[in-house]
Design a protein around this ligand. Sequence first.
Ligand code: PLP
Length: 360
Amino acid sequence: MSRAFNFSAGPAMLPAAVLLQAREEMLDWRGSGMCVAEMSHRGKEFLSIAEQAETDLRELLAIPADYKVLFLQGGASLQFAMVPMNLYRDGRAADYLNTGSWSKKAISEAKRFGEVRVAATTEAERFTRAPAQAELALNPDAAYLHYTPNETIEGVEFPYVPDTGGVPLVADMSSTILSRPIDVSRYGVIYAGAQKNVGPAGLTIVIVRSDLIGQPLPGTPTMLDYKIHADNDSMYNTPPTYAWYLAGLVFRWLKDLGGLPGMAAINRRKAEALYAAIDQSAFYANPVQPESRSWMNVPFTLADPKLDDTFLAEAKKQGLVTLKGHRSVGGMRASIYNAMPEEGVQALIGFMQEFERKYG
Ligand SMILES: *Cc1c(COP(=O)(O)O)cnc(C)c1O
């Protein structure tokens, strides 16, 4: 058996320790005689798994008591609709920051439900930086402000949390959740598809302040109303049980590493090493302004794009896979989420230097 270093933007690597534990428990979860995927979501075994996962997530992120944690389906893309359906109020407009491909999708979906004001955009600069707080033209009467703290495709990350006054702040944290500590009390809603930094695809985490729940737009389907899920502990219908269980194992793994401060120290080292290797070379380039560079997704180009295919093929031979950049951006992208070990980043850097010596 050999495990590749998988730099995919998602679904992404999972910690080997988590997969080994899942294998260990596959046929018989702790004397239950069942795989977790075979359990009733209403049985005491699965309820204990679900509750433990929520407790551990709350502890990792220090989630205040007045926030609900929902374990949903539909991906971050469904939250592009659920957020406006649940948060638009009294015909007021919503503010959106347009900082990359995922922001754009969130904006176009919100427009189906209400008025969108774009409070800042970096599109003219091809999304190569996060706008500064002083550039945000915020509406103090907005129903909410939506932004994307980490733009997965462009590799742009906000180095600060926008100050909105009293307006609820909504964050699509799909590709940055759990990568470092955050102050949950700054946010009204945090959501994330699990398949980048939490667990397998099929699970979506939503953390929502309780006072924002319960006033959906007229006609909101039952399944898209946060209140239904909050009142039913995310078990109004069958939740993604196995993904929930695996996410719980990931939360445990993070706690064993020293929680988010420990994870953040590792992530910072990985990102700094990779950007340093790119910046020190005339052969590789990253277009993002240094203060806005993502810790999680590192796009880079080769001096000669004709070498891209050779780079990918030779990297693959070294067990360094899924480095191809997003089709909209081209070049390469190394996603170095929590589960990417430091040795994986070091192996990539070594390969890049060797490749440059050979072809540069
Ligand atoms: C991957 C991603 C999405 C889309 O997630 P799905 O779960 O596939 O819907 C949305 N936003 C960001 C920031 C992402 O990284």
